[in-house]
Design a protein around this ligand. Structure first.
Ligand SMILES: [Zn+2]
Length: 298
């Protein structure tokens, strides 16, 4: 009973944070200053990149739908309404604000983001069914491989990295600010979610991360899809984790072990802390397993 009561009070407090009063934005979003013109907003969904300056505001991703009012208040306190939104991929913890903000902001994303938002989606891994989005939520500018935006004295290079976290992920480089928004290709310090039903693939993610690393310099500030503001070293550690843990699963598979046996054995202790986030060790092993099995048949 105690458990039920505390669950109810947790739900109620979540609702009040989401819909409430003038202070709700402060409760939902915290701001991390990245450079003079770039900030990172952390709410309850994916990290938002924010670029401000003489041309106005631009944001990269817009958190959950339930947080859009709080996000608008944060933006209002800056320089008013954003002119552009870049979506790194379709997941609703990154595009939830689209439906409301899309009424007056130009949304930009890869072709596959529009395709997936336009149609019903299913993420069986979490038992989730997602309805098609309303028209204002859909990106109006879409691209195939890359796009450049010239705004506030910066060039934002939006590059599609195929079949990593999903099939529609972009990574956004901002120069000369020397900031990169990685989207969900990067869960800093944690095992990532790889959405194989949306065309994601662990091996593709490893390849993409290695490619991105070759384009970055040691001073770059790295905004992950989830987790704290990071460095190139953090991204390299993550890349190393992806490769090493995937190799462990592959070796076990080659030895004839079942998924359950591999999960029961787990990883060496040094990888334990990576499983303390959204994706625990067992789920990560399953995702690697799914990608390896899919690779065998392709
Ligand atoms: Zn995602």
């Amino acid at each position: 009973m105690k458990k039920i009561i505390s669950l109810i009070s947790l739900l109620l407090s979540t609702v009040s944070v989401a819909h409430d009063d003038s202070n709700s934005d402060k409760k939902v979003f915290s701001e991390v200053v990245v450079t003079e013109s770039v900030s990172m907003l952390q709410g309850t969904g994916g990290n938002i990149g924010l670029l401000k300056g003489e041309d106005g505001l631009l944001i990269i991703d817009d958190d959950y739908k339930v947080n859009v009012g709080a996000l608008e208040k944060v933006l209002d306190r800056k320089e008013g309404k954003p002119r552009f939104i870049i979506n790194t991929h379709w997941h609703h913890d990154h595009t939830g604000g689209n439906e409301h903000l899309g009424e007056y902001v130009t949304i930009i994303a890869h072709d596959n983001v529009r395709k997936r938002l336009s149609t019903a989606q299913e993420i069986k891994f979490f038992g989730m069914k997602i309805q098609a989005s309303e028209k204002p939520a859909l990106p109006v500018v879409t691209f195939d491989s890359s796009l450049s935006l010239h705004f506030n004295g910066q060039e934002l290079k939006v590059v599609h990295y195929p079949n990593g976290h999903t099939d529609g992920d972009s990574i956004v480089m901002i120069q000369p600010a020397n900031v990169v928004h990685m989207g969900d290709h990067f869960f800093s310090g944690k095992f990532p979610f790889v959405d194989s039903e949306s065309g994601g693939d662990v091996m593709g993610m490893i390849k993409n991360i290695k490619t991105v690393i070759t384009t970055l310099n040691s001073e770059v500030k790295v905004i992950p899809g989830h987790g704290p503001l990071s460095t190139l070293t953090d991204l390299k550690d993550y890349s190393h984790m992806l490769e090493t843990t995937s190799a462990i699963v592959k070796e076990a598979l080659d030895e004839g072990m079942s998924l359950q046996q591999i999960q029961a054995k787990g990883f060496p202790g040094r990888w334990k802390s990576w499983g303390e986030g959204f994706i625990d060790e067992k789920k990560w092993i399953k995702m690697v397993y799914i990608s390896l099995k899919a690779g065998e048949h392709s």
